[in-house]
Write a new protein. Structure first.
Length: 342
């Protein structure tokens, strides 16, 4: 083989074929035309978190307990949303490596961009409420603030454990496997954000949540469309991984959508108690967080939705006894198995 710096253009009329897979497709083929609509909606519905009506958001009308408690909720969300941009950016790179259709590449680009917005939104709210841009180095002013910060530190520690696993997993897994995890996050996210948009009193929260909810709905549509395309030819091996991934995703996302299952999340004993108390302060301030039963009902509905999709493609569903769903027993899941998405 010729050295990479050796010029060959003088020796032949056309260059040799570029070894594949190559990071860039020089092709804009579109087959899954349904996705064009989603892409167009993403262009139309693009929003800028900085342009929300921040001038109406007067944090001084809240007590410090309330401010720290609402900021805590956004901190939990950030544990998930701050990892979404790099996660979807890796998926975007994968669509290029695989020479996915042009419209699929655009759709993944739009998801990455949306998730970056969601992350920005978390940052803007937290910074306003705490008058500090970082909930971990912030100095709490109240007792509940201190306890919630301890929670936040444990969440952050837990979330920090999956990135290496994820990086190793992305090249191994097919996009189809990634989709099932993505769908799980999107279904759950779309529900909770619409509820919060409807229930929150503060205008910036209402607007932010309804925009985020809309974004998540589009992400869901993208994933569903691609599953329709790819799942009829799913291999048995992929099916097994998907079943496991659903269980992993359930355990992982429970921390934001329900309560962290203690067999999976390594958090101290007083964690849930502190969190519930924080939620009470936040609700009292007009910040809507669904109560325990509503969260459970949401989560169950999301899981049944997902089960409905997977049943169509003969893919076994894991048992989720926490919300009363029977299925294949899956044990020994670790943070490193997680394909995190939200
Ligand atoms: Fe998101
Ligand atoms: Fe999303």
């Amino acid at each position: 083989m010729a050295g990479s710096k050796e010029k060959i253009a003088g020796t032949m009329e056309f260059p040799p074929p570029t070894p594949q897979p190559n990071i860039y497709p020089l092709s804009w083929e579109n087959v899954t035309t349904k996705l064009q609509e989603v892409w167009e909606a993403s262009q139309r519905e693009y929003w800028d978190p900085e342009k929300l009506p921040w001038d109406t958001f007067d944090v001084t009308k809240y007590t410090w307990e309330q401010r720290e408690s609402i900021a805590y909720w956004w901190t939990i969300l950030s544990v998930f949303d701050a990892s979404a941009p790099p996660v979807f950016a890796s998926a975007l790179i994968k669509t290029y490596e695989l020479h996915e259709e042009d419209v699929v590449r655009r759709c993944f680009f739009s998801v990455t961009r949306d998730e970056q917005n969601h992350e920005q939104m978390c940052g803007l709210v937290i910074t306003k409420l705490l008058e500090h841009p970082d909930p971990i180095t912030y100095e709490p002013k109240t007792d509940i603030g201190r306890r919630l910060q301890k929670n936040a530190k444990w969440l952050y520690y837990n979330g920090g454990r999956y990135w290496d696993g994820f990086k190793n997993a992305v090249p191994k897994y097919s996009l189809a496997v990634l989709f099932s995890s993505f769908l799980m996050g999107e279904i759950a996210a779309a529900t909770i954000f619409h509820q919060m948009a409807a229930g929150c009193k503060e205008l910036v929260f209402k607007e932010g949540f309804s925009k985020i909810g809309k974004d998540e709905g589009r992400h869901m549509a993208i994933v569903l469309t691609l599953m329709e395309r790819d799942y009829p030819k799913l291999s048995d091996e992929d099916k097994t991984i998907i079943t496991k991934q659903i269980r992993a995703g359930y355990l992982f996302l429970s921390a934001v959508l329900f309560e962290p299952p203690l067999e999976f999340w390594d958090v101290p004993e007083d964690f849930i108690e502190n969190q519930r108390e924080g939620e009470r302060y936040a609700r009292e301030a007009g910040f809507f967080i669904p109560d325990y039963e509503t969260k459970k009902e949401n989560w169950k509905k999301a899981m049944l939705n997902l089960k409905g999709v997977l049943d169509k493609y003969d893919t076994e569903f894991p048992a989720i006894p926490e919300v009363g769903i029977t299925g294949k027993e899956i044990s020994d899941i670790d943070m490193e198995d997680i394909i995190p998405v939200f």
